[in-house]
Design a protein around this ligand. Structure first.
Ligand code: PLP
Ligand code: COI
Length: 341
């Protein structure tokens, strides 16, 4: 299939409407059959649960073209499982895992011309999501829901690609203990927009959020988890009940331990430890691994020894291994790659 007419190597991280998306509705206690549609618009009742009480969860994953020309997705089963967890927390009906995987396959297969070619550093970002579609005015879960999945071709999340970014420590909290920080719900992102705009207005690329109970531990950014590398090459990543369990982070930690022979520590990380680390990166589907050069706190600025020009050496090794698996140049663990026929 001929590729769409796009300057693949110069894409940013933005939305554009492509050919087909998947839709399924939940009504009378069950999910109906899903269909592919060319209609990118949604018509909703004015009192739909999503519009009033923000009942919405979503996922993010990517489809890639491998070096040998196959089209693949990376661990979509984990996105399906996380979306089930997110849905349960917001009292929404889970979209079954097998159906989620079918929807991913169908959307990618129907939009193969929009999957960026190998070597472009771009990918087809897939956004599965689910929202309350029926009216509710008293505060309670809706009775009807819609699951949708669309794709949009994207390049790097941060302008400048692999150039290290600068973060500020946010004055605001992202998630409360026992709240919803561990699920992927739009409401977590709505509350991060004001801090995001503030950070940008002050010249920073992103926020570092600290734990809201004590403001002493590192949590995550608005859209990615943290990885730190100690001076002796150990990978350290924050553990907290209020951050999103990143699939990229879980994968990198596995690769670090099982393929690269690195030591890994998954534990609470104090902000006061940052000055002792050699490298820092953000990891996520959109971010892949974005190196962090500097974190500006209230009282101190941390400049990582890896500097502002390029990724640190251990971060680079992790990045190359992950990208190699996603692009088919490195054999990954069994079941991580799902080929779309
Ligand atoms: N943390 C937040 C808040 C996110 O939005 C994301 C993006 O999905 C991540 C972490 C990274 O998760 P994943 O690697 O599963 O994309
Ligand atoms: C992702 O990495 O898939 C995300 O959802 C992060 C951000 C774009 C919201």
């Amino acid at each position: 299939m001929a590729k769409a007419d796009v300057d693949w190597s110069n894409l940013g991280f933005s939305y554009r409407t492509i050919s087909k998306r998947y839709v399924a509705n939940f009504k009378d206690g069950k999910w109906g059959e899903g269909v592919l549609t060319e209609d990118a618009n949604i018509v909703l009742n004015e009192c739909a649960g999503i519009l009033q009480y923000c009942q919405e969860v979503f996922e993010g994953l990517k489809a890639y073209t491998t070096k040998d020309g196959r089209i693949v997705t990376f661990r979509p089963d984990l996105n399906a499982e996380r979306m089930e967890d997110s849905a349960k927390r917001l009292e929404m009906p889970a979209f079954p895992k097998e159906r989620f995987l079918e929807a991913v396959d169908q959307v990618v297969a129907a939009n193969k011309d929009w999957v960026p070619p190998y070597g472009s550093d771009a990918s087809l970002y897939l956004r599965p999501y689910m929202f309350a579609s029926s009216p509710v005015i008293g505060v309670k879960p809706a009775e009807e829901y819609q699951f949708r999945l669309f794709g949009t071709p994207v390049g790097p999340y941060f302008k400048g690609g692999a150039k290290p970014i600068t973060l500020c420590v946010s004055d605001f909290d992202r998630a409360a203990p026992h709240g919803t920080g561990h699920i992927k719900a739009g409401l977590n992102y709505a509350m991060s927009l004001h801090p995001y705009v503030m950070a940008h207005n002050n010249g920073f690329d992103e926020n570092m959020f600290l734990d809201s109970a004590t403001r002493t531990y590192v949590e995550e950014t608005g859209g990615a988890n943290f990885l730190f590398i100690t001076k002796d090459g150990t990978v350290v990543t924050p553990k907290s009940g209020s951050i999103l369990p990143s699939i990229t982070r879980r994968s990198l930690v596995y690769l670090a331990e099982h393929m690269l022979g690195l030591k890994v520590e998954y534990r609470p990380v104090k902000f006061s430890e940052l000055k002792d680390f050699a490298e820092c990166g953000l990891c996520g589907t959109a971010a892949v691994i974005s190196p962090v050069g500097k974190v500006v706190g209230k009282e101190e600025t941390i400049e990582f020894p890896s500097g502002m020009e390029k990724m640190g050496p251990v971060t680079q090794k992790l990045y190359d291994t992950l990208r190699g698996i996603q692009l088919g140049t490195i054999e990954g663990p069994e079941g991580w790659i799902r080929e779309i026929k």
